[in-house]
Structures are given as structure tokens and as C-alpha cells.
Write a protein that binds this ligand. Sequence first.
Ligand code: NDP
Length: 314
Amino acid sequence: MLFEFRYLEEIKDQYDVLIAGGGPAALGAAVYSRRAGLSVLIVEKVLEGGQLNFTTYVDNYLGFPNIEGTELAKRMKEHAESLGTHFLNASVEKIIVEGETRAVVLDDGRTIEAKVLMIATGTDPKKLNVPGESELIGKGVSYCATCDGYFFKEKDVVVVGGGDTAINDALYLSKIARSVTVIHRRDKLRAVKILQDKAFQRPNIKFLFDSVVERFVGEKKLEKVIVRNVKTNQTSELHVEGVFIAIGSIPRSDLVKDIVELDENGYIITNEWMETNVPRLYAIGDVRKKNVRQIVTAVADGAIASVHAAENYF
Ligand code: NDP
């Protein structure tokens, strides 16, 4: 079971390593920190495994040629748990950095201290910011194919975006929906070739290149998508019941925006040991400024931060 609550009484007031966020970076850090003999608490708001739980199939994590995201998340969590990691389903509301003190304040007001804090809060899906989008969320507009795809059995759906997530989503949805139309703003996909090849071969996946969504239309639920071709400026209507928006992500770095250095897009800047500009405060995984955001690099970030922390602060 992925979702496991721990009673607050079981959770101590102080840990060696406290990790905010519970994705692959956090779980990787927990494994390495526990093996170094450190006490570890992972505080995760929703579901351990992070974005992995919303990833359909993973085929590039070494040793697992084809595994469902939720299954990989479960195995990673079990691994960290088997070594004695503590987990707490709660929301971190505040990070405290005062002198030597490092602590988090939880949504119930409780404060937990740690010698080392790691920020592994990941990213949120980016919005298109077009009319009708926010009004129709949950009524046909979704940001998670694995979560909501099931509702569109034998229906016509749209995927917006041209990256790995969008094409992965299109492939997943093509097995459920009657048809999938991928709307991409350029004439070339960004996704890796192996995904592109698969998608081009699927008979029920169509592509609308050089096209952007102008707006979503629907009263109680999504009825149609107004699309504009950016080369001809012509608009057209697509009558579909579902839209999956997969146009990238924005970092969840709000918690530390006044504490650590961020780049112009809000990603946390670290050195190669994952240290932020504040000692004993690390950033790992997708939330940090980096070139390659993959499961394998997230796990590696966690390992590197833990090795550095264990060698320098314990
Ligand atoms: P990306 O940033 O890679 O791709 C975003 C896509 O959305 C691009 O095609 C981009 O267009 C398009 N886009 C961005 N903004 C807009 C906008 N405002 N309107 C219309 N289109 C827009 O994000 P992904 O989520 O796909 O991937 C993020 C990272 O996660 C990548 O490193 C990816 O490799 C990784 N990933 C790995 C997976 C795996 O290992 N199995 C699965 C999924 C993701 P354009 O191309 O023109 O910039």
C-alpha cells in the first residue's frame, strides 16, 4: 500500500535528516542516509513516489525495462522503509533556518528539527492559461492521464504538448480512448525518438502540428477545443470530451524562496553536492536547477546529498 499514515506520536521531534517531499530523490536520499546510520523522516503531502505515481510506463530506469510508474514508486518506498525510514503524510508549511537550527513547521503546527534538511518537493504541472481551462478542470480538462484517463473509455481526447510526458500520455490514452489528437505548437516533437516512433505507428493517434489551443468551451463539461494554426492563423474546432495538458512543469520552491538562491524560473540553485547557499539545506530532484530531469538523476541527487551530509555533519 502506497498510502500509509503514521500517527504523530510515532514521529520524533528531531531527526538527523528530514526530507520535504517523497519522490525518487527523497527515497534515494533516505536509502543512502539510513545506510550511513542516520535517522530519516520523509514528510510527504500526498503520495510517496511523487510524479512517478502519475507516470504511466517507465522504460528508462536501469534494471526495469518496462515498469508502471506506480509499481516503481511502491518498490522504491518499500526499499526506503525496509531500512527504517520514517514516513509522515503531512504538509510542510514553513522551513526554519535560524543560526544552527534547521526545522520544518507542519500543517498541524508541529515543529520538527533536523541536523540536515533536504528539499525534494518536485514540480507542479504548467497551465496553458487560456480561457475555459481553469473552469473546466475536472470537467474534461486534466493534467494527469494516469489519474483520469479511465474516464474517457472509447471517447475522443486531446493531449497538448510535444515532450516525453505528452507522448507518453498519448500512448497510454490510445489504449483507452477511441482517438487521441496531439496538439503541438511546433512541427517537431521534443519527445525522445523511441516514443515518437511508437506514437506515429499507433493508428488512433493523430497530430496537429504548428497549432495552439485558443480556448476550451463547455458549460457543465468540456464540449470542444478551439485550435489555431500558428502558420496559417486559421482556427478550427475539435469536439472532444477530454483534454490532457502536458506542457512541462514549474518548481515547487515557494517554501524556500526567501531563504535560498533560485534561478530565473524558480528552480533551486545547488552545487554538485546538492548544497544550496545555506549550509545543511540541500535541494534534490526536479526542484533544483539541472539539465536532465529523470528518475535516475533524481535518485542520484538524493544519494549525493546524503553522502555529503553524512561525511560533513555527523
Ligand atoms: P518538457 O518541458 O520536456 O516538454 C514540454 C512540452 O510542452 C514541449 O513540447 C513544449 O513545446 C510544450 N509547451 C511548453 N509550454 C507550452 C505552452 N505554453 N503551450 C503549448 N505548448 C507548450 O516537459 P515534459 O513534462 O514532457 O518532460 C519534463 C522532463 O521529464 C523531461 O526531461 C523529460 O525527459 C522527463 N520525462 C521523463 C519520462 C520518462 O523517463 N519516462 C516521462 C516524462 C517526462 P516545445 O517543444 O516547443 O518547447
